[in-house]
Design a protein around this ligand. Sequence first.
Ligand code: SAM
Length: 207
Amino acid sequence: MSKENDEHILYSNFTFLYELVFKPFFFPAIKKTMDLIKEEQPQKILEVGIGTGYSLEHYPSGVHVTGVDISNKMVEVSKKKTLDIVDKDFEILQTDGENLPFNENSFDLVVSFSVITVVNSPQDFLNQIRKVLKPNQKAVLIMHSRSSGFLGLIDRFWELPCKFLFGFTLLRHIEDLNLDGWQVLNHKVASTILGYPYNHQIVLKKV
Ligand SMILES: C[S@@+](CC[C@H](N)C(=O)[O-])C[C@H]1O[C@@H](n2cnc3c(N)ncnc32)[C@H](O)[C@@H]1O
């Protein structure tokens, strides 16, 4: 699927429905990541693929969050949300996570929630995150990770409808990627439905 389709059809045109459909599924893993961020106390955070920006109010007070998304509509909705949040600084930009316009070693933490399963090249996406992250700092990714055994059959059954309706794949796994320059600190299931692990939290450190 081309980026233009990702932007205009799937996400831009359905911005108004997005939170209603996805937030109940995605927020539990985001909440767990916010708890981790509170422990780490980073100052400059980048969130790649902010969507409608419902995560933004949950960052700890006093941080500077740069939020980016490829969809202009998502960026507009997120920007509006930031107007009501006064205890942290935001910069919200329309940009491609596979080609981030920031200097190397710019951020103390990079997070991305349910985006790596949507982008055209997960490897380019991860490489860009590594580029802009400061050395020895962390990236936290929330993603659906392909399962094995019976749960893997469920992934394969839902793959086509998910790809068609939502533009994301259920078949990616962090271990498919070249993780040179990263240390995997943690990889755990972050949220389930009836035992089916639909989101994982992966904590990587740039080494
Ligand atoms: C499944 S939504 C997740 C949104 C939000 N992070 C959440 O948890 O609800 C995927 C988001 O990634 C954005 N996106 C897709 N490809 C992108 C890219 N190459 N760079 C930046 N954002 C992208 C989409 O516009 C959409 O807002």
